[in-house]
Write a protein that binds this ligand. Structure first.
Ligand SMILES: NC(=O)N[C@@H](CC(=O)O)C(=O)O
Ligand SMILES: [Zn+2]
Ligand SMILES: [Zn+2]
Length: 347
């Protein structure tokens, strides 16, 4: 029997589109299913100023194929030189929807990020005043802290003190990967949100490491123990408005993933909605998929939910997804969940 699930069209609250030939190649994969996305600013060089965000937005719209509708929601990359007045102007014009904090050295293209939070307090104070959210890559980079503990230590030593110091600041904990992140976000009140990726609902660290290293499962924050994956599933399917979808779909060409020093990032734009339907069905929570993918994010960002709809269909036979997307920059492997998926998006 074919089963349908109709939901409001989803948005992606954490997406990497890159630039140039890669942007051209990956943008349709998101625009096919998503109405809007928060666009991450970690280009080389990063998107720091309002002018740079406006120019990047134009490049994204220019790369959109004829007949596709998609609204990029722009962000600024926070640096120790960021000007609070520029941030405020970019927010007031409606161009910029959030500012992104990368602790310097934490992830892909984060070297221009923040080493000393004191240096950006004037920007954060301005953001608290105007209600502009701060999106955080929540990992400390202290070499002594184990990579699997970096998120929990960030919460204790950076995020909680910052939110005490600036309680009005609206914060999104991006791509949470631990039960600690889930617990902190659940208690955070309405100034706090947390995005969860599709892949962290599917893989734990065994999938990454047992039986040979799987470079296409390597992302940051790195996948954790099974108990953390289960906590993320519980949070995502709970209906709790603090939790919403941010795929963190992060394309890198295969040559840089299958490498002695492979890049971090899973590319999930192509099959995310089908995979989420699979996960939510497994959790007996298909009725909560719309909240997670289409309602909780807009509510946090004070934007209306989309009026258009998306239909997911459960087929008799397992559905095929492309193994790779062929972009002008090179092939990009699509996230393979490692199990058959019967759901697909009706086109
Ligand atoms: N998630 C990742 O593993 N990679 C992201 C950066 C990020 O979101 O941390 C990327 O830009 O490739
Ligand atoms: Zn990140
Ligand atoms: Zn990301």
């Amino acid at each position: 029997m074919t089963q349908h699930l109709d939901i409001r069209r989803p948005d992606d609250w954490h997406l990497h589109l890159r630039d140039g030939a890669m942007l051209q190649g990956v943008l349709p994969e998101t625009a096919r299913h998503f109405a809007r996305a928060i666009i991450m600013p970690n280009l080389v060089p990063p998107v720091v100023t309002g002018d740079q965000a406006a120019a990047y937005r134009e490049r994204i719209l220019a790369a959109l194929p004829e007949g596709m509708a998609f609204e990029p929601l722009m962000t600024l990359y926070l640096t120790e030189g960021t000007d609070p007045a520029d941030v405020a102007a970019a927010a007031a014009s409606g161009l910029v929807k959030a500012v992104k904090l990368y602790p310097a050295g934490a992830t892909t293209n984060s070297h221009s990020g923040v080493a000393n939070l004191d240096k950006v307090m004037p920007v954060l104070e301005k953001m608290a005043e105007i209600g502009l959210p701060l999106c955080t890559h929540g990992e400390v980079v202290t070499p002594e802290v184990d990579i699997f503990d970096r998120e929990a230590v960030f919460i204790d030593t950076v995020l909680a003190p910052l939110r005490k110091r600036l309680p009005e600041l609206r914060v999104v904990m991006e791509h949470i990967t631990t039960e600690d992140g889930v617990a902190y976000a659940a208690e955070g009140g309405d100034t706090l949100g947390a995005t969860i990726t599709t892949h962290h609902l599917i893989i734990n660290r065994n999938h990454l490491l047992v039986g040979g290293i799987k470079p296409h499962y390597y992302c940051l924050p790195v996948a954790k123990r099974e108990k953390h994956r289960l906590a993320l599933r519980k949070a995502a399917t709970s209906g709790n408005p603090r939790f919403f979808l941010g795929t963190d779909s992060a394309p890198h060409i295969d040559a840089l993933k299958e490498h002695a020093c492979g890049c971090a990032g899973c590319f999930t734009a192509t099959n995310t909605m089908a995979l989420l339907a699979h996960v939510f069905e497994e959790e007996d929570a298909l009725g909560q998929l719309e909240a997670f993918a289409s309602l909780n994010g807009p509510a946090f960002y004070h934007l209306p939910a989309n009026e258009s709809r998306l239909r997911l269909v459960r087929r008799e036979a397992a559905q095929d997804f492309p193994e790779k997307i062929l972009t002008g920059a090179g092939p990009v492997t699509v996230f393979n969940p490692g199990f058959p998926v019967f759901w697909s998006v009706e086109s």
